[in-house]
Write a protein that binds this ligand. Structure first.
Ligand SMILES: *Cc1c(COP(=O)(O)O)cnc(C)c1O
Length: 366
């Protein structure tokens, strides 16, 4: 058996090369390289696919999180609650605007932000909660929304990993004030390059985002406020325009693979993320935990399966946040995950044979 990668981007890009290159040619001939009609078209198509009314394309998901903080007026002295088990960029948003990220633990079953932990972390300085749909699995939106409402806090969705995921049947991205998407190449909907976006139901936020991403104005050389160059590129938008048409199909194939993993992996040493009834994940990642992670990783590697690690260090224990004074033991569930999580191969182009090999190999781990 040939090596099975955790994620293989080549197969997808070979399959759609012709279609993407045709649009690249159009961008090239129109020299529409920065912002412009291809970005606008992608925004419309992503909005049509998700049902989210206002979509703004930006240069990456990290910028989306930064802009979300600015639009909501979050700044120095404010606290923003977010899960300790996420990709670090979730925390950069608050940090970039001088606010303090306040990390909370996850639920030990579904691994998403724990609503009880959120309530305990609220102080008079708390302004917002960032919920992350981690691995593509929606967090408990109703529970978190109820807390946000009760304490008059903004809710931001970090949907960077959750393009096409649904919560109780509704696409994620419209539950809070703003949602942030990443279109990094490795995401379920990934550009040929760096890209990101925001969605909102609020027209005023939408207009403010259009200005902030483009040097603080919408009329060329007139600047209403200090802004940023965070426009999406035309080539990136063109690639996304092609790919968004396949997203549902690709996600459904991931769902098929995930349901086989969930059913057919029966090794009691391998624990899986529980599947809450509210969740219809896009299975961006399929993460399992094993007490003896080193031995499991060796077993996978010896059987030509490349494991992934998402993520080996929880945010509260990152050196970048050592000044906040967190210590080992503060977030036991997130810390357990960081130390024991292994991502199995998960992408739409995996063959049934490869899926079978992954299942057999995981089951034969002793
Ligand atoms: C990828 C990711 C981001 C950042 O997106 P970029 O496009 O890489 O800047 C933010 N949050 C989460 C949860 C992510 O997975």
């Amino acid at each position: 058996m040939q090596q099975i990668p955790c994620l293989d981007l080549k197969r997808q890009h070979q399959a759609i090369k012709k279609e993407v290159f045709e649009l690249f040619e159009q961008v090239y001939m129109n020299t529409a390289f920065s912002g412009g009609p291809f970005v606008e078209r992608f925004e419309k198509e992503f909005s049509a696919y998700t049902g989210l009314p206002y979509v703004v394309g930006v240069n990456n998901g990290t910028s989306a999180l930064h802009l979300a903080m600015l639009v909501l007026g979050i700044g120095p002295g404010d606290e923003v609650i977010l899960p300790a088990n996420t990709f670090i960029a979730t925390a950069w948003g608050p940090s970039y605007v001088g606010a303090t990220p306040v990390f909370v633990d996850c639920d030990p079953g579904h691994w998403q932000i724990d609503p009880i932990a959120i309530e305990k972390a609220i102080t008079p300085k708390t302004k917002a909660i960032i919920g992350v749909h981690l691995y593509g699995m929606p967090f408990d939106v109703d529970a978190v929304t109820a807390i946000a409402k009760k304490h008059k806090l903004f809710l931001i969705e970090d949907a960077a990993q959750a393009q096409g995921s649904r919560y109780k049947g509704t696409m994620v991205g419209g539950f809070g004030e703003l949602a942030c998407f990443s279109f990094y190449p490795g995401k379920n909907l990934g550009a040929c390059g760096e890209a990101g976006g925001l969605s909102t139901n609020n027209e005023a936020y939408y207009k403010h985002l259009l200005s902030l991403r483009n040097h603080g104005g919408t009329v060329r050389y007139y600047h209403d406020e200090v802004g940023f160059n965070m426009r999406m590129g035309g080539l990136e938008a063109a690639s996304l325009q092609v790919k968004v048409k396949y997203l549902e199909q690709w996600n459904n194939r991931r769902r098929e693979i995930a349901s086989r993993y969930l059913k057919e992996i029966t090794n009691p040493k391998v624990k899986m993320q529980s599947q809450p009834t509210w969740a219809d994940s896009n299975y961006h990642l399929f993460v399992v935990t094993v007490d003896n992670k080193e031995a499991f990783v060796q077993h996978l590697t010896a059987n030509s399966i490349q494991p992934g690690f998402h993520y080996p260090v929880p945010c509260h224990l990152q050196k970048a946040y050592s000044h906040l004074g967190y210590k080992i033991g503060d977030m036991p569930h997130s810390e357990y995950l960081a130390a024991h999580a292994v991502s199995l191969p998960m992408f739409a182009e995996l063959s049934n044979e490869e899926v079978q090999h992954v299942i057999d190999t995981v089951n034969s781990f002793a």
